[in-house]
Design a protein around this ligand. Structure first.
Ligand code: BTN
Length: 328
C-alpha cells in the first residue's frame, strides 16, 4: 500500500493530493492513509501535510526500501517480489536461500550493506552502506545447464545497456561480465548456478554497481582500477531508479534471449565489448598466459591466440586488458 501512495504522490509532481482522494482511490480509510504517510516519513521521505490540501511529496531519500524500488517499476516479472535488508552476509547467499525455498523467477534481493560480499573467483566484494547498489536476481530459465554461462553475458549486456541509457556514457564490457568506463570497473557480476544434470533449478545473478563513491572510498589497491557513476559523470544517481532501469533492460533482453537464442546477445555483446582484438593476460585454474583476444565462441567462451599461434578456448577465468597497464 505504501508503494501505491508513493506512486500517486510522485505522479502529482510536487502538487498536493488530498487525504480524501487517496482514501477513495486506494479504498482505505483516511486514518490508514495517515499511518502509511507517517511510515513513509519515518523512511526518510519529505512529505508536507496540510489539513485542507492533503499531502505533497517534497523529496525522496536515496533509499532502497521496497516501496521506493517498486514505485514506477515497469517490469512484468523482474522485481515483482523484492526483499530489502539493511545488512546481509551476501545478497547472492540470501537469494540462494530464498530460491531453495521456492521463491519465483524475478525475485530481487537488495542490501544496503553486505558484510561478506562475494566477487568472482573466490574474491571478496567490498559493499559499504550508502555507496553502491548491491543486489541479486533469481532466474529459473528453462535451459540445459550447459547454457547457464550464456546468462553471464546476458547480464553484462543488460547492465551495460542500462548504464549507457542512464548516463549517456559509452560503458564497455570486458569478458566475461565486467562493465567498464575508461578501462575502470564500475560494475561486477557474479552468476551462481544450482542444477541437476538435465535441468537448471535456479540461477542467481549478483550485481554490484559502484554509485556514489569518491576515489578515497575505494581501498588503495582498487583506486586505479575502480570507478563510480558519481566519479564518471559528476552527477547524483538515485539507486532505486538505477535498479528499476537495470531490471527493465534485463527483463527485456532475458525473455528475448529465451525466445530467440544466444546469437542476438552475442551480437550486442560484440558491439559493447572492449576485449576483442586486445592483448590480454588470462588467468584460469590452470595458470596464466598472454595472448590476443580473438572472438567469442557460439557458447560465449573467449578464444585467445597465444604467441605460439595456438588458440585457446577460455570457459571461465579472469582477463586483464594489457593496454590497461599503459593507459592508467
Ligand atoms: C566480480 O566482479 O568479481 C563480481 C562482483 C559481484 C558483486 C555482487 S554485489 C551483489 C551480489 N552479492 C554478492 O555477494 N556479490 C554480488
Amino acid at each position: 500500500m505504501k508503494e501505491q501512495i508513493l506512486a500517486l504522490l510522485t505522479e502529482k509532481q510536487g502538487a498536493y493530493l488530498s487525504g480524501a482522494e487517496l482514501s477513495r482511490r486506494l479504498n482505505i480509510s483516511r486514518t490508514a492513509v495517515w499511518k502509511h504517510i507517517k511510515s513513509l516519513k519515518d523512511d526518510g521521505y519529505s512529505i508536507a501535510a496540510s489539513p485542507r490540501r492533503g499531502y505533497c511529496l517534497l523529496g525522496k531519500p536515496d533509499i532502497l526500501a521496497v516501496p521506493e524500488i517498486k514505485s514506477g517499476l515497469t517490469t512484468r516479472v523482474f522485481g515483482q517480489k523484492v526483499s530489502f535488508f539493511p545488512q546481509l552476509d551476501s545478497t547472492n547467499e540470501e537469494a540462494k536461500r530464498l530460491a531453495a525455498a521456492g521463491a519465483p523467477e524475478g525475485t530481487v534481493v537488495v542490501a544496503e550493506q553486505q558484510l561478506q560480499g562475494k566477487g568472482r573467483l573466490g574474491r571478496s566484494w567490498i559493499s559499504p552502506p550508502g555507496l553502491g547498489l548491491w543486489f541479486s536476481l533469481i532466474l529459473r530459465p528453462p535451459l540445459l545447464p550447459a547454457r547457464a554461462a550464456q546468462l553471464t553475458l546476458v547480464s553484462a549486456v543488460a547492465v551495460g545497456r542500462a548504464l549507457r541509457v542512464a548516463t549517456g556514457l559509452p560503458f564497455a564490457l570486458k569478458w566475461p561480465n565486467d562493465v567498464l568506463l575508461d578501462g575502470k570497473k564500475v560494475c561486477g557480476i557474479l552468476t551462481e548456478l544450482s542444477a541437476e544434470i538435465e535441468k537448471i533449478n535456479y540461477v542467481i545473478v549478483g550485481i554490484g554497481l559502484n554509485v556514489h563513491q569518491k576515489p578515497g572510498d575505494f581501498p588503495p589497491e582498487l583506486r586505479e582500477r575502480a570507478l563510480s557513476l558519481k566519479m564518471a559523470t559528476g552527477r547524483f544517481f538515485r539507486r532505486a531508479e538505477l535498479l528499476r532501469k537495470i531490471l527493465a533492460h534485463y527483463e527485456e533482453l532475458y525473455f528475448a534471449y529465451l525466445e530467440q537464442g544466444f546469437p542476438m546477445v552475442l551480437q550486442v555483446w560484440r558491439e559493447l565489448n572492449c576485449t576483442l582484438g586486445k592483448e590480454v593476460s588470462v588467468t584460469t585454474t590452470e595458470g596464466s598466459f598472454r595472448g590476443t583476444a580473438l572472438e567469442l565462441s557460439e557458447g560465449g567462451c573467449l578464444l585467445v591466440r597465444k604467441a605460439s599461434g595456438e588458440i585457446v578456448k577460455i570457459m571461465a577465468g579472469d582477463v586483464t586488458l594489457c593496454c590497461d597497464y599503459f593507459d592508467n
